[in-house]
Design a protein around this ligand. Structure first.
Ligand code: PEP
Ligand code: MG
Length: 324
């Protein structure tokens, strides 16, 4: 099976009824670039920018960030790279930036920190915009969006960064901006979000955690954490429908996108693309190429009537086994 999956690398991710579902890769470390390029991904659907911040003993400066981002953008150009702006807080704590809270996952996280510290956010935006100079494959993704006012504030700061850099003589373009859908409130704000962004990307890791009120890192309740829980499936279904209705491209970049059974369900919902680890990509490509979207839609309909994650998983695995 290994070599069979390997042979898929240069084949397009297209369903049996001709629907293209671009498969993208999640990256974070510069060391991921090689495997990501070799995976046959059509671009980077989630570039987690936290790592250089996590391994230092201070905030990396604009120049330092620029050099890292430039390597990533250049490596994948002309393929798109969706760079998520700094998502600290929650379980990602910087040793030099103390956040001590009783409920970190419900606290100062992601875009909330960025908007409270525009100097940190602007430094990152400037580094990203400069890294994209002459390339044009940068997309910016905003984490932990809870309310559209956050998108408006972030847009103003991005405008400011673009204006400043142009004044300094840089030929920077304003890249397309997207919102992560990972807080349940965002699922129900889709029309207003779609008026403000070029795309959305679903973070199923956090969306599952927040919908089920189950800490994604707590072993004691790990058995309850399941992205195929009927409530998660229903929320994803609502979201994809709302996004499509609003004409907003929707991608999934949480772990669920790399799970072959879940990918089949997401295909049935009509997502525009999926982003996952390089290691998961060949298997998901096999799934996309082995089914017609119409079949995935029928499976989704069956799954939507089920009352447990295990029943959904069992049905999807049965369909996968039938196919090979
Ligand atoms: C997610 O929440 O699904 C996601 C992709 O982001 P992270 O895992 O980095 O929080
Ligand atoms: Mg997340």
């Amino acid at each position: 099976l290994g070599s069979e999956l390997e042979a898929l690398r240069n084949l397009p991710a297209v369903t049996r009824d001709g629907v293209r579902v671009p498969l993208m890769v999640n990256t974070g470390l510069l060391a991921d670039i090689g495997p990501s390029l070799r995976s046959g991904a059509e671009g980077v659907g989630l570039y987690r920018t936290e790592f250089p911040f996590l391994v230092r003993d201070r905030f990396p400066g604009e120049e330092e960030q620029y050099r890292i981002y430039r390597q990533v953008l250049e490596a994948f150009a002309p393929r798109p790279v969706v760079a998520r702006t700094l998502d600290i807080g929650g379980d990602k704590i910087l040793p030099y930036f103390a956040i001590q809270e009783a409920n970190p996952f419900l606290g100062w996280r992601g875009i909330r920190v960025a908007l409270d510290h525009p100097e940190i956010f602007l430094t990152q935006l400037r580094a990203l915009l400069r890294a994209d100079e002459g390339l044009g494959n940068l997309r910016i993704l905003l984490p932990m969006i809870t309310d559209v006012s956050e998108l408006d504030q972030a847009a103003r700061l991005l405008d400011q960064a673009v204006a400043e850099l142009r004044e300094e003589g840089h030929a920077v373009e304003r890249p397309p901006v997207g919102a992560m859908i990972e807080v349940p409130s965002a699922v129900y704000l889709m029309p207003a979000i779609a008026r403000r962004v070029a795309f959305v990307s679903v973070g199923t890791n956090d969306l599952t955690q927040y919908l089920l009120a189950v800490d994604r890192n707590n072993a004691r309740v790990a058995g309850m954490y399941d992205g195929l829980h009927p409530a998660v499936v229903a929320a994803l279904h609502d979201l994809v429908r709302a996004a499509r209705r609003a004409g907003c491209p929707v991608s999934v970049c949480g772990e669920l996108a790399g799970d072959p059974a879940a990918a089949l369900l997401l295909l049935g919902m009509g997502v525009d693309s999926l982003s996952m680890s390089a290691a998961s990509l060949p298997r998901v490509k096999w799934v996309i190429r082995s089914f017609a979207r119409a079949e995935a839609e029928a499976l989704l309909e069956e799954a939507m009537a089920m009352e447990s994650a295990s029943a959904v998983r069992e049905r999807l695995n049965e369909a996968l086994e039938e196919r090979g």
